[in-house]
Ligand binder design. Structure first.
Ligand code: KIV
Length: 276
């Protein structure tokens, strides 16, 4: 059965945990579809993991559409959530934000969009939801704001910032978001927010009290070593396996072991003799 915003609502009501993982291409999306994971986030983290950028700020709506389309082609039941990139919903009029969200749905074939921010984006979330586009919110450490947050830091550690996060969580729920990502939030605070909200919280670096979890797939598979945050667990070491396979291929080609007749196409001897 297709995972939708309603699946998220029901999971919260039934106390069942939700899973989300990033993917940015058709092949990976097909692998996620074969698993039990509920949803794929086509995250703007693709700026780092796929494009080698140092942050998410240069990612465009076109980039997101390009990757989201590829992911959407690889799934059937997995919900596809597409990130709205930096400046595609803030610093623009609300109509333009709705239009950009619409493009991620109609051209990117996403099932819903995600955007960063709390009270300050409440009206934007409302307008997108009114346009019948489900919105997943994202509060706490919001990577599109690293320059104003002063870097990748845990958020909500003192009374003032914790209260701000609670206000943000309430604001996005009131605006109509169907779920909210809590990134780099102390586990006690994330647990309180999860109990307070009627929509599911999806944690990343926010502890086990959240209603679900999200991870970047290259992080959890041990494929990306530019930077490994504390909250990442390596569920496999695919990066090492890939390098080993590359080396084995290199060795076999150079030693004449690969390819063999099994990997080659035949031509009749008499045809061959008549050409040269
Ligand atoms: O872009 C992304 O991958 C994200 C996750 C870290 C939640 O927003």
């Amino acid at each position: 059965m297709k995972n939708t915003a309603l699946t998220f609502k029901k999971a919260k009501e039934d106390g069942e945990k939700l899973t989300m993982i990033t993917a940015y291409d058709y092949t990976t999306a097909k692998l996620v579809e074969k698993s039990n994971i509920n949803s794929i986030l086509v995250g703007d983290s693709l700026g780092m993991t796929m494009l080698g950028l140092e942050d998410t700020l240069s990612v465009t709506v076109e980039d997101m559409i390009h990757h989201s389309k590829a992911v959407a082609r690889g799934v059937k039941d997995t919900m596809v959530i597409c990130d709205m990139p930096f400046m595609s919903y803030t610093n623009t009029d609300i109509a333009k934000a709705v239009e950009n969200a619409g493009r991620l749905m109609s051209e990117g074939r996403a099932n819903c969009v995600k955007l960063e921010g709390g009270t300050e984006v409440k009206e934007i979330i409302k307008a997108i939801v009114d346009a019948k586009i489900p919105v997943c919110a994202h509060i706490g450490l919001t990577p599109q704001s690293i320059n104003s947050l002063g870097g990748f830091k845990v958020q909500g550690k003192d009374i003032e910032t914790a209260k701000k996060l609670i206000a943000d969580a309430n604001a996005v729920e009131e605006a109509g978001a169907f779920a909210v990502v809590l990134e780099c939030v102390p586990k006690g605070l994330a647990t309180k927010i999860s109990k307070m909200l009627s929509i599911p919280t999806i944690g990343i670096g926010a502890g086990y009290g959240c209603d679900g979890q999200v991870l970047v797939y290259q992080d959890m598979l041990g494929m990306y070593d530019d930077f490994t945050p504390k909250f990442v667990k390596h569920f496999a070491n695919i990066g090492e396996d890939i390098v080993e396979a590359f080396n084995q291929y290199d060795k076999e080609v150079k030693e004449g072991i690969f390819p063999t007749d099994d990997h080659s196409f035949k031509i009749k001897e008499d045809v061959l003799n008549q050409i040269i």
